[in-house]
Design a binder for this molecule. Structure first.
Ligand code: P6P
Length: 365
């Protein structure tokens, strides 16, 4: 929509959101949220860039273990705080879930004395995010990223401030459970890539748009309007050390891609940096298939559905790509728990379809 009606040269993210919301008043509230997101991403970009400096003191471990059982990096915690604070003060968020938080964080505005939720009839959103995905790569200067998904707050989620304590707790738990929505409910998704440049790529459900941070003016400028991933490619982006424990359909497809005997007849090359946002961004722009499939040890793979798989799948699909577990569309999976993992194979339509056909032909539905 946007690039059909607007001149796309020198468009900042702020102007993009303003013009899109003029065309789509129902998403006007998202303008506020994306203002907070871009500010947080600029702050995180700066921290990541400066972290190796002796004066920065943001390298290394926080000394805590997060709910993933992973060593929390100082930067993980700082990036999480930056995002939570930025989003909280928009006044548009009811609840958020983060890779760095054990459970969803309730952002409902509360009366400081009674702790009762101040029911705000204003628009409420739910944010889910991985504040610094691939953070273990920062010390080596390898690209990292922030991944964000935005859901509407479930209208059935109402907290009666005068309800009995027990009932109000149940209502609040239901509201916190609002984070557990399938990707098809997403109203927006974005990632910020901290690499040779700082990129912010987003979708509002009508195409995928890429912005590059112009540090001379401190603004994200539209650089990739209406990204469309190449229909087919010859790049595979997986941790191929795990090939022996993958499903047979995937092993067979990879064997064909390696020898140029697959659907496209092309011999594939391998590109994998072990940092999802960087691998997905290259896949979006150059084409290819990125994935972290399940294997015998981890049948659901390694990546998280709620704040990695679903938002990245939304962005990929809006760019004309596909995102599947091998047998199911990732965006259609309803999370049972905040941190559940999901097998992911996403990218160029023709190549992902080749994997899906292999699963079907193998009789795995
Ligand atoms: P492996 C980074 O730790 C991450 O969560 C993703 O960003 C990345 O795609 C994946 O794990 C890499 O995992 O097992 O290949 O190192």
């Amino acid at each position: 929509i946007f690039d059909e009606v607007c001149d796309t040269t020198g468009v900042t993210l702020k102007r993009f959101m303003t013009e899109v919301s003029l065309l789509n008043p129902e998403i006007e509230e998202l303008t506020t949220l994306f203002g907070a997101i871009e500010t947080a991403c600029k702050a995180i970009a700066n921290l990541v860039k400066r972290s190796p400096l002796p004066s920065s003191d943001t390298l290394g471990l926080q000394g805590e273990i997060n709910v993933q059982g992973e060593d929390q990096k100082k930067l993980d915690v700082i990036a999480n705080d930056i995002l939570k604070r930025a989003l909280r003060f928009t006044g548009r968020l009811g609840v958020l879930a983060s890779e760095e938080e054990d459970t969803p964080v309730d952002l409902m505005p509360r009366d400081p004395s009674t702790k009762k939720v101040l029911i705000d009839e204003g628009e409420k959103y739910v944010a889910v995010f991985d504040p610094l995905d691939g953070s273990s790569n920062v010390d080596a200067g390898i690209p990292t990223g922030t991944i964000i998904g935005i859901y509407e707050h479930d209208e059935t989620c109402k907290i009666d401030p005068d309800a009995l304590e027990e009932d109000r707790t149940k209502q609040e738990n239901l509201c916190l459970a609002n984070t557990l929505q399938p990707g098809t409910n997403l109203v927006a998704a974005a990632y910020c890539l901290y690499s040779s440049s700082t990129f912010l790529v987003l979708t509002l459900g009508a195409g995928t748009y890429g912005f590059t941070l112009d540090e001379t003016i401190g603004e994200f400028v539209l650089s990739h309007p209406n990204i469309k991933i190449p229909e087919c490619s010859s790049i595979m982006s997986f941790n191929e050390a795990n090939t022996p424990s993958w499903d047979r359909p995937l092993q067979d497809t990879f064997a064909k891609w390696r020898t140029g005997t697959g659907k496209s007849g092309k011999k594939f090359s391998s590109r994998y940096i072990g940092s999802m946002v960087g691998d997905v961004h290259r896949t979006l722009l150059y084409g290819g298939v990125f994935g972290y499939p399940g294997d015998k040890k981890n049948p659901n793979g390694k990546l998280r559905l709620l704040y990695e798989g679903a938002p990245m799948s939304f962005i990929m699909e809006q760019a004309g790509g596909l995102s599947t577990t091998g047998t199911q569309r990732v965006m259609e999976i309803s999370p049972d728990t905040v941190h559940q993992r999901v097998p992911i194979i996403m990218g160029s339509r023709q190549d992902v379809e080749e994997v899906m056909d292999a699963y079907k032909n193998f009789g795995i539905e």
